[in-house]
Design a protein around this ligand. Structure first.
Ligand SMILES: NC(=O)c1ccc[n+]([C@@H]2O[C@H](COP(=O)([O-])OP(=O)(O)OC[C@H]3O[C@@H](n4cnc5c(N)ncnc54)[C@H](O)[C@@H]3O)[C@@H](O)[C@H]2O)c1
Length: 255
């Protein structure tokens, strides 16, 4: 029970990795504040972890809005009395070269993937200070630290998340707040499966094909990433701060 009574905020809690994070942290005693744009999916995640015995609160809304980001943290403080752990997991993946990237794609990627992380961290840190410390785990991507092909808005936003993480990791360490990031390669979630569907491919077959490109033998399952996030958020990682940890099954960025 690494997270007994810890107050944990999870964004993207209706998504592939987010649902898994909610289940994992709930099973280890956390009190959960869940966020997502997808209200029905969010309610389902909340109901599931609540039935499993976790205390849970949730707020559906759009991370593009600063007021919503701040409201998520305010609700955690109001319902549970503070924030110990913040998992900035939500993200979107606009696809395209610079010439294919519209203003809207660019600004949406920056708002959801980067600006929301800034607003949520800024709102959560005073609560963590008040409680004598805390941990933040942001979700970047290896495509943020090395350029993946033809996803300029996504890769740039995720690169900025890694940079923000290293800066906060440096500045918040003296406050007892550890800030780290995970940089996954492909994960078997709706994010990549819907991309295959859009291209007219069978997601199961496409994932099977993609598995062959990974030295460890398969792309990540959400649990593979959630376990690393939980480790970074836990006391076992007490001396790790300001790191962007690659979780790739040894697959390099190529193409
Ligand atoms: N799946 C991959 O291959 C992969 C690889 C590297 C990094 N990542 C990152 O992992 C994280 C989790 O992704 P996932 O694979 O679980 O994706 P997912 O699409 O299954 O889940 C993302 C969740 O974020 C929510 N979200 C999107 N826009 C939002 C907004 N404006 N406001 C509030 N919530 C919003 C979605 O509703 C969804 O539930 C993301 O940050 C993603 O960029 C994923």
């Amino acid at each position: 029970m690494r997270f007994e009574n810890k107050i944990v905020v999870i964004t993207g809690a209706a998504g592939g990795v987010g649902q898994t994070l909610a289940r994992l942290f709930a099973s280890e005693g956390a009190r959960l504040m869940l966020s997502d744009l997808n209200e029905e999916g969010l309610q389902n995640t909340a109901a599931e972890v609540n039935q499993a015995g976790a205390e849970v609160s949730y707020l559906a809304g759009n991370l593009r809005e600063k007021t919503y980001c701040e409201a998520v943290i305010a609700q955690a403080a109001e319902v549970f009395g503070g924030v110990d752990i913040l998992l900035n997991n939500a993200g979107i993946i606009p696809r395209g070269t610079i010439e294919e990237t519209t203003d809207d794609m660019w600004f949406t990627a920056m708002d959801v993937n980067l600006n929301a992380v800034f607003f949520l961290c800024r709102a959560a840190i005073p609560h963590m200070k008040q409680r004598g410390g805390g941990a933040i785990v942001n979700t970047s991507s290896v495509w943020g630290t090395y350029p993946g092909p033809n996803h300029v808005a996504y890769c740039t936003s995720k690169g900025a998340v890694a940079a923000l993480t290293k800066n906060l990791g440096r500045d918040c360490a003296p406050l007892g707040i550890r800030v780290n990031a995970v940089c996954p390669h492909e994960i078997n979630t709706p994010m990549i499966r819907s991309g295959f569907e859009r291209r007219g491919l069978d997601p199961d077959k496409a994932v099977e094909e993609l598995n062959k490109s990974v030295p460890i033998g398969r792309i990540a399952e959400p649990e593979d990433i959630a376990d690393v996030i939980a480790f970074l958020a836990s006391n076992e990682a007490r001396y790790i701060a300001g790191e962007a940890v690659e979780v790739t099954g040894a697959k390099p960025v190529s193409g």
